[in-house]
Write a protein that binds this ligand. Structure first.
Ligand code: NAD
Ligand code: MG
Length: 409
């Protein structure tokens, strides 16, 4: 990956930095998941810097009207909709625009394979795996928001990146922060990485109240505006578990070297501890346009409209230990990482199914982590925790785990 100075010393994923750091031609950019929270934030930055970007492909799952609007605004070459029922509307809305309309998973992979300088991989969930792999294969930069590529497909995805010579730059705020705090450092001097967590909307709730928490409450994140799935993951703190797995694959650390600290203000995004006692942290307002801009413009920086931090106004930043009794999801995720093989993929698939069931009010809030843990146990007893060698293996494990999770829900 791109952490040229920071990549695991033993692995081949070091990616060549652009030694000059200055682009002359506009950057050809595709945004997979253009209508989502990350996709919209990315295109907001593009719109403020039109001379820097040339939009190649945009994709969405169902919202044809918004996709067409974005494609027209950004003069995209291709717009792909996932849902066949929306294709006629998309074609209609794009007629005469110069944007080619396409539909379905195959068309999405084809569009993701179009040559670009950068792909923003911002589809939510395992649905983002195949298109992000396709984007990686064409060899440009992958600005990675879709954490599932690292959680479900870790080594397989990194191998793909290394083979194609693509650059991998993290978008997740904590990982972008670590990437920034690691820049130019000696990987041997790295002691630990501390990911911060806001604690979500239920940080101060007791177990009894958590057992009654409804999706409308869980979706109210105190600091970040995000998609529904990741908002629920933030409430259960599974998001932090997924992020530990993400950090493990991105940076030269063991899982014991990745810690979590609850920081309700979401201003410090990550801290890197070095062997001389120094700690480097990255701070910024909770606005994804900051880490997105960094992934788009690294190794340079891009001006963004994010609110500037006012430390005096903030007054204090606080930190707490995470509570694994009320929020067991982090422990479940760590155990899956320690088990290795398909376990993180099973974890992710089971969690996607459990979150969907919770959003449909088929299970309670506390059942999410319990069902995920039960799915992993059941998968283990069925001999499903095997090594995954290819994207095909990952997709098969994902699909089998979903069926198993559904049978337990
Ligand atoms: P979102 O739900 O707001 O948007 C998801 C996008 O993916 C939409 O464009 C949707 O149309 C598309 N999509 C959904 N299902 C699809 C399918 N089956 N096929 C094709 N496209 C599909 O999600 P988001 O909050 O923008 O998150 C996107 C990714 O970024 C997730 O993996 C999330 O974990 C990660 N992430 C998000 C944030 C954030 O602040 N939102 C922060 C860090 C990481
Ligand atoms: Mg994050």
């Amino acid at each position: 990956m791109t952490t040229s100075a920071q990549a695991r010393p033993s692995d081949p994923h070091g990616v060549q930095a652009d030694p000059h750091g200055v682009r002359t031609a506009p950057q050809r950019l595709s945004v997979l998941g253009a209508t989502g929270s990350i996709g919209e934030s990315t295109l907001d930055l593009v719109q403020r810097n039109t001379e820097r970007f040339e939009v190649v492909a945009l994709s969405a799952c169902r919202n044809a009207a918004r996709l067409a609007e974005l494609a027209r605004t950004h003069r995209a070459k291709i717009a792909v909709i996932g849902d066949p029922a929306q294709f006629a509307e998309l074609k209609d809305l794009l007629s005469g625009s110069g944007t080619r309309a396409a539909c379905g998973p195959e068309a999405l992979i084809e569009a993701a394979s179009e040559p670009t300088d950068c792909t923003m991989a911002a589809i939510v969930g395992a649905a983002g795996l195949a298109p992000t792999f396709a984007a990686a294969r064409q060899g440009g930069r992958i600005a990675l928001a879709n954490k599932e590529c690292l959680v479900s497909a870790g080594e397989v995805f990194l191998k793909e990146i290394a083979a194609s010579g693509a650059e991998l730059i993290p978008v997740d705020s904590e990982h972008s922060a670590a990437f920034q705090a690691l820049a130019g450092s000696d990987p041997k001097a790295l002691e630990r990485i501390v990911l911060t967590a806001s604690g979500g909307p239920f940080r101060t709730w007791d177990i009894e109240r958590l057992s009654r928490a409804v999706p409308e409450e869980a979706l109210q994140h105190p600091n970040w505006r995000m998609g529904r799935k990741i908002s629920i993951d933030s409430a259960t703190m599974m998001n932090k578990g997924l992020e530990v797995i993400e950090a493990f694959h991105l940076f030269p650390v063991t899982h014991e070297q990745i810690d979590i600290v609850v920081h309700p203000q979401s201003v410090v995004h990550c801290l890197v501890f070095y062997s001389d006692g120094s700690v480097l942290a990255q701070l910024g307002p909770p606005d994804m346009r900051s880490p997105i801009s960094y992934a788009l413009s690294w190794p340079t920086r891009m001006r963004t409209p994010v609110e500037r931090l006012d430390l005096v106004k903030l007054g204090s930043l606080t930190f707490e230990a995470p509570d694994e009794v009320r929020f067991p999801a982090v422990r479940v995720a760590r155990e899956a990482l320690a088990r290795g093989g398909a376990a993180p993929c099973i974890l992710n698939a089971a969690n996607e199914e459990a979150v969907a069931a919770y959003l449909d009010k088929r299970i309670g809030f506390l059942d999410i982590a319990t069902k995920v843990a039960a799915t992993i146990e059941a998968a283990e007893s069925r001999g499903m925790i095997v090594d995954l060698a290819s994207l095909g293996d990952v997709l098969a494990a994902d699909s089998e785990s979903r069926k198993l999770a559904q049978s337990l829900l």
